[in-house]
Each structure stands twice: as structure tokens, then as C-alpha cells.
Design a protein around this ligand. Sequence first.
Ligand code: DC
Length: 224
Amino acid sequence: MPEKLVSVAVDGPVGAGKSSIARAAARKLGFIYVDTGALYRAVGLYCRRSGADMSSHDDIAARLPEIRTEIRLIDGVQHIFLNGEDVSEEIRLPEISMAASAVSAVPAVRAALLDMQRKLARENNVIMDGRDIGTVVLPDAEVKIFLTAAPEIRAKRRYDELCAKGVSATFEEVLADLNKRDYDDSHRAVAPLKQAEDAVLADTSGLDFEQSCELVCSIIKEKL
Ligand code: DC
């Protein structure tokens, strides 16, 4: 373990395998894995539950004082709490993906979640995944990786995941959702999804899970 705390930023579009690959790499390195999308999902869940107008930045921002999100590690696994309730499962539903993307475009939401993410990196060796980790949250991260794959391949992976969980959706729906979310996430005014100038591009289109993990771990080892 290096003496100085180390941050690894993994950004990329929907379904690039960020979370599963970053989690596996974190286990190998003994780092903490932080899934920042879960924070936006928890805020999206609250806004949906409380009947917010998801197209109104003002309506979403006005609810922030009612929202307390917390990341807790339980047996090394990240759980996300919304006002004290463990919502780790519920935030994975497809409708919450869209809600997360909507709230993530609201500047006040991003500002409210920024300190929490930076604090985790100040106190731990982290691999943090998201959309703006290398560009905004941890611009001084020792390692930055932009993980991607062709849209159809990412949609197929996401579709298989949903089927395995028993969530009903067609491949076409999953692909359309993914394209919309990537478009919205890359075109918002604040902290849009984009590759940091000093990030290494990792395209996993032709790679299976093991090979993708090896690629990411080799990039990390080379930089540390
Ligand atoms: O990674 P994910 O699919 O769980 O993220 C859900 C949404 O949250 C995603 O569409 C965009 C937003 N997000 C973000 O804007 N910035 C991050 N660092 C992480 C997620």
C-alpha cells in the first residue's frame, strides 16, 4: 500500500462496466470503491417519491434541504442511505436511472454532493467511479481512466443484468434509455460527462470481464 493516499478516477458512459470493474480492481488493490452514481440515484429516488417535477431545476433544488444521503461500507460493500433508509436495491430500477440523470443536471445537486465525495478521497485510498470524477471531483487524482465500449455492447450488458434481476425491459428500450442518458449526461451545462485530458482511454468493446479488469489494473499499476 503506498504511504500517501491515492485516488483513482474512473469515468465513462452508461454500462461501460465501471462499477463491476472498479469494484474488482479496488478489491485487488485494497482500496475503497465509491460508486458516486448511487448518490445521484438516491436524490433522484427522493424527488420521484415526493412528486417533484423532474423537468424543473428549481423544484428539485428546493427539495435538497429535505434530503440526507450517506454512503456506508458494510462488510466492505457500499450501501447508500436516504434519510436513514437503505435504498441500495431500489435505486437500481430503470426509472431511477432516468431520475438520477435528471437531478444530476441541477447545479445545486452537484454542489451538495461534491464535499462528500472529496471527503471520502481525503480519508481513504479510493477508486471512485462516475461521470466527472477526473474532471471536477478529483482533478488531481493520481490515475484517471475513461472507460467505454460501443453503445450496443453496453446496452446488451445492461439488458442481461436487468434480465438476471427479473426486471422486464426489451433490448430496444434499454438501448434507447442508454443513448438518451449518455446524450443528456454529456450535454448538461455543469460537469458534463467527458474524458479528462490526462485520462487513459480504455475501450472494453472486444473484451470480456476478466480482460477488462486486467486492462484497468494494468493501467493503474503503470501509473502508481
Ligand atoms: O453511474 P450511474 O448510472 O449509477 O449514474 C446515474 C446517473 O447519475 C447518471 O446518468 C449521471 C449521474 N452521475 C453524474 O452526473 N455524475 C457522477 N459522478 C455519477 C453519476
